[in-house]
Design a protein around this ligand. Sequence first.
Ligand code: URP
Ligand code: ZN
Ligand code: ZN
Length: 457
Amino acid sequence: MDLVIKNGTIVTATESYRADIGVEGETITLIGRDLSGDEVIDATGMLVMPGGVDPHTHMELPFMGTVSADDFRSGTIAAACGGTTTIIDFAIQGKGQTLREALDIWLKKAAGKACIDYGMHIAIGAMDDERMAEMGDMVKLGVPSFKVFMAYKGSLMVDDEALFRALLRAKEIGALIAVHAENGDVLHYLINKHVAEGKKEPIWHALSHPPEAEAEATHRAVVMAGMTGASLYVVHMTAAEALEALKAGRAKGFKVYGETCPQYLMFTMDKYEEPDFEGAKYVMSPPLRAKGNPEALWRGLAGGDLQAVGTDHCPFNFIGQKDMGKDDFSKIPNGMPSVETRLPLLYHFGVNEGRFSVNRFVELVATGPARLFGLLPRKGTISIGADADLVIWDPDKKHRLTKENLHMNVDYSPYADVTVKGYPALVLQRGRVIVRNNQFVGEAGAGQFLKRNPIHL
Ligand code: URP
Ligand code: ZN
Ligand code: ZN
């Protein structure tokens, strides 16, 4: 055995038990008692969990006149330091581009820079007959998930016909359709109206993106998933009424799944009224919601109505990027840093605060996303034959989530006041230690592109 992780408590999505893990090369090859190997990591007092799988990141995304501040190097180092060993990012199909061209552009951005393993979704910009045919080619290349933006009219938004066509094709080829569910026409009207009326402070971002617009679009996408029999994943859900629309579809037996993100669990929309333009730090779409919504989302995670926690990591600096919208909320780049803090926040506020078990935590941050996106059993669990992507988690380690204590390439931390208990002590990717005591010690650029399996949920 090349490596043995001894004396820890293995935690998977279904069970917790004391055993050692044996690793040969990059793979878990043995789980048992009293194993020995060339190298030994003593995990006494630690939880040994699968590395996190974040199905929703935007590294170096060109968006709203600027580019998200983390590239594939800084963003994946940050992810690793927070316990995430796999991300799935979004290649965006630009005007006149084929899906293949879009994929190649994003693969080029990631190659040689990504420090953890990564997959790609493709965000569809147009869905003509040729693109529908091309979706099948993408599945063969290991890209079995596509994103449809129902919002951002004038840039990323596509119409309902494109969504419907994508769902029909996805059903045929074993793919999953992810949607940003907000009614883009309603948002477009409200944004223009508020700006014309001189209502330009960050709070008007939230008031231009009402929860009803999220619920309506979620309902529309869920109904189309039901009509086509396709699998649908609703990203970054924020609102209780949108969650009701998802639940109604699930009750009818539709294959519809939902994600929320830590920011929607941690904050409410009063953040937008912070003085000195501080509210801009929380401008993202959908926006933060009124009190009551985070509680509904927590219940959804605990009870099974939501199946995954992603981050929608899309950071923009406060100085030089967010301030592009100093005089007009509609020009504030939408997005927040999140990739590094997902596991610590979910563990602290989910497990420590008794909202769900540590096994449910693993399901939400690793196994669930891996299952939904065609990565199980290689990623997202601890089993023989799986990649040795492991987090040695110190349940007693306290960590304050200040900018200085984090690695994301952005000039603020939304969680600077928060101290969590429970943090990675060591992180391994494919059998190699890549993080030790909050320092990235892996090899820059060693992340591999993951060809994912077709998705049949
Ligand atoms: O505000 C957000 N969410 N920015 C990233 C792009 C998206 O909508 O996912
Ligand atoms: Zn979105
Ligand atoms: Zn996103």
